[in-house]
Ligand binder design. Structure first.
Ligand code: PA5
Length: 417
């Protein structure tokens, strides 16, 4: 299970945290029970609602069919409709699975042409994922890709087209009319909370990810944070800590890890917190850094710049690889590494970084058991629940996105919709 370490807590801080935990206890109980006012957005709260046995079987059957026939699978979607799947696929995709190509997340013609080029000569399937199917990026890319599929596969194209949309939406109607496979996008789950639904799970299953392990991880985390009392509940403690740091004036939270495989998980995490919490002129700005690489750039700011941020590390516990430094007669002055394993060198860098940074800013670590599907499932549920709690403490609605809707309207106006 996820383990939380607070690196630089003094007595005064501990007392403040205890008070915060006590003061907001009622909010934890409300979140566990689910709230009527958010009933249209809390379908993720019980993982089984959208990832039960029947739904998993259907997804596996469809994914196997695609895996048998496809060299490439195009995931068309933006934001919550692609981030969860991409984060797991890019971290864990086994060899031999169809290539996963991302589309519907840009309007750049150059990027779109590059994406189309990748499809040449391959057996392609596409999945357009969109909750309301008005969003410009996936909608316009879906049209471009449908044309590609029709040109390439003619009358057979519809057999290779899947769409994940809400029941009754224009996307659903398009599927009925033209014979595309339709998957339900849960009406009661907002995009950024859809990891454990058709939205996240189909692309992952096509990529050969063990979606049952993922769902099991989410289920286990769900059980944990729904049963732990306030003073031991890690999701609630993290939510309280964030709010404590916010009260103390910290406005930026940095997520960092020494495992580059978390690269796209950062995007998911950033979206979750930015879109859920950044409203009503409140919120903590989420950023992320890939260590050790970015210790050589933003590391300077963290160590020595204005103290606007606190930092969370994801530290993977189970050793997943080994590479030992061989000795070398050529004098390069790196002999102090002879015989050492990069696993331990990387760990030493992590411990040194925590020691250095925690002199300056608040630092937390989440120890993640292993880099596998099960633990990704835990992370998704953990951060979703913690984000919801954090928003409740801050007094904002975790599930709407008025700012995103506002900018979309400006784009539609600019394009004469
Ligand atoms: O989390 C959210 O609600 C958003 O980020 C959406 O996922 C994103 O805007 C894409 O929306 P849609 O699926 O309707 O195209």
């Amino acid at each position: 299970m996820l383990n939380l370490i607070i690196h630089n807590e003094n007595k005064e801080q501990k007392n403040k945290l205890d008070r915060m935990i006590e003061k907001n206890e009622k909010l934890l109980e409300e979140a566990k029970a689910g709230e009527n006012c958010y009933a249209d957005s809390q379908g993720w709260l019980d993982t089984k609602e959208w990832a039960d046995e029947q739904k998993l079987c259907r997804l596996e059957t469809l994914a196997n069919e695609i895996r048998e026939n496809a060299d490439a699978f195009v995931l068309i979607g933006v934001g919550g409709s692609n981030n969860a799947a991409r984060s797991v696929i890019e971290a864990l995709k086994p060899e031999g699975a169809p290539e996963i190509i991302y589309a519907g997340n840009t309007l750049s013609p150059d990027a779109m042409k590059r994406m189309l080029k990748k499809l040449e000569g391959k057996s392609v399937y596409i999945d357009c994922i969109a909750k309301n199917f008005e969003t410009l990026e996936p909608g316009s890319s879906f049209r471009v890709l449908r044309k590609y599929m029709e040109k390439t596969y003619g009358e057979e194209a519809h057999k290779r087209i899947i769409a994940t949309g809400t029941v009754g939406s224009s996307l659903d109607q398009l599927c009925t009319k033209y014979g595309y496979t339709f998957l339900e996008f849960p009406l009661n789950v907002g995009g950024r909370y859809t990891a454990m639904t058709n939205v996240g799970l189909l692309p992952m299953a096509v990529a050969g990810i063990d979606i049952r392990a993922l769902v099991e991880g989410a289920n286990d985390m769900q059980k944990l944070v729904h049963t732990q009392e306030a003073n031991e509940n890690i999701a609630y403690q993290y939510a309280c800590l964030r709010n404590l740091y916010y009260e103390e004036g910290y406005r930026v939270e940095m997520l960092a890890s020494f495992e580059p495989q978390f690269r796209y998980f950062y995007k998911w995490w950033i979206q979750l917190f930015a879109e859920s919490e950044g409203k009503d002129n409140k919120g903590i700005f989420p950023v992320a850094s890939e260590f050790s690489e970015e210790l050589h750039s933003v590391g300077q700011f963290i160590q020595d710049g204005s103290q606007i941020m606190f930092e969370i590390f994801l530290d993977v516990v189970q050793k997943n690889a080994s590479l030992v430094v061989e000795s070398d007669a050529k004098e390069d002055y790196f002999d102090y590494l002879d015989g050492k394993d990069f696993w331990d060198i990387n760990k030493a860098a992590y411990h040194a970084t925590v020691a250095a940074h925690s002199q300056k800013i608040p630092c937390l670590t989440f120890e993640v058991g292993a880099l596998d599907a099960y633990h990704f499932g835990q992370l998704f549920y953990f951060f979703q629940f913690a984000c919801y709690l954090s928003c409740k403490i801050m007094g904002v609605n975790a599930f709407d996105q008025p700012g995103v809707e506002a900018y979309k309207k400006w784009m539609f106006d600019a394009l004469g919709k």
